[in-house]
Design a protein around this ligand. Structure first.
Ligand code: ZN
Length: 245
């Protein structure tokens, strides 16, 4: 079984459509590490597509807040505004779907998917130090996570924890998994990359071949920006799509 791994789509339909088109034929099943909505202006098309196409989704912190399951007060003002707008915009069926998303980690075959950290979907795994703190809580040798919007992740072996880079500006990156190492793999964000590359990010995983591929897909950023502005969402949410940070 080959997997397409998505994360942090954040209501960006143009980015999701570009990823789906580019990855077509390269996978059997789709998994998602959470944050379907929040920030961009197409929560309904994105959730509808996910409901029809994605085999397993773990809940992200934005899904929780945008579905009204948690108070907005912990979000910064921009995220809070986008969450309130999204909660109001979601159709009853899509809202119901978001409210019932399962919490990660969720096991799939020999690996697992989660949003932030194995302990808390709201925690960020940004540094090797943070990964060292939670390493003993990983129940599978390969975990896919999101939340930071940084493609790449971490490798843990007898030498300690090291960072893994994502796709390069001029091509994809293929990672062959060492059978003795543990991995935290971040496919990157489909809808709001923050690693300096504005293209939509995703990963392909073939557990039998022990290979992860990091990919990027160019998409119509201007169209996503026009929708954000037309919806009256904060301008910064449109601007950051073109810089990818
Ligand atoms: Zn996110």
């Amino acid at each position: 079984m080959r997997y397409l791994i998505l994360s942090d789509i954040h209501g960006n339909w143009e980015a999701l459509a570009a990823v789906a088109a580019q990855a077509r034929g390269c996978y059997d099943t789709i998994l998602c590490c959470g944050d379907l909505v929040g920030y961009c202006a197409d929560p309904n098309p994105v959730v509808k597509w996910v409901r029809a196409n994605v085999h397993l989704v773990v809940r992200g912190n934005h899904d929780k807040v945008c579905a009204g399951l948690e108070d907005l007060e912990w979000f910064n003002p921009v995220a809070r505004m986008a969450a309130a707008w999204t909660l109001n915009a979601l159709s009853p069926a899509n809202l119901d779907y978001l409210r019932n998303l399962r919490k990660g980690p969720a096991a799939v075959e020999s690996f697992q998917v989660l949003h932030g950290s194995p302990l808390d979907e709201d925690d960020y795994l940004m540094s090797t130090f943070e990964v060292e703190q939670i390493q003993s809580y990983l129940e599978k040798q390969v975990s896919f996570f999101g939340h930071t919007h940084l493609q790449g992740g971490f490798l843990c072996d007898w030498q300690g924890v090291r960072r893994i880079g994502g796709a390069l500006p001029n091509g994809d990156t293929v990672l062959e998994l060492d059978p003795d190492a543990w991995y935290l793999i971040n496919p990157g964000s489909v809808g709001q990359p923050r690693d300096g590359d504005p293209r939509a990010a995703y990963a392909l995983y073939d557990p039998a071949a022990r290979v992860v591929e990091y990919h990027r897909a160019a998409y119509d950023i201007a169209a996503a920006q026009r929708k954000i502005r037309a919806a009256g969402l904060p301008e910064i949410l449109a601007l950051r799509l073109e810089t990818g940070d």
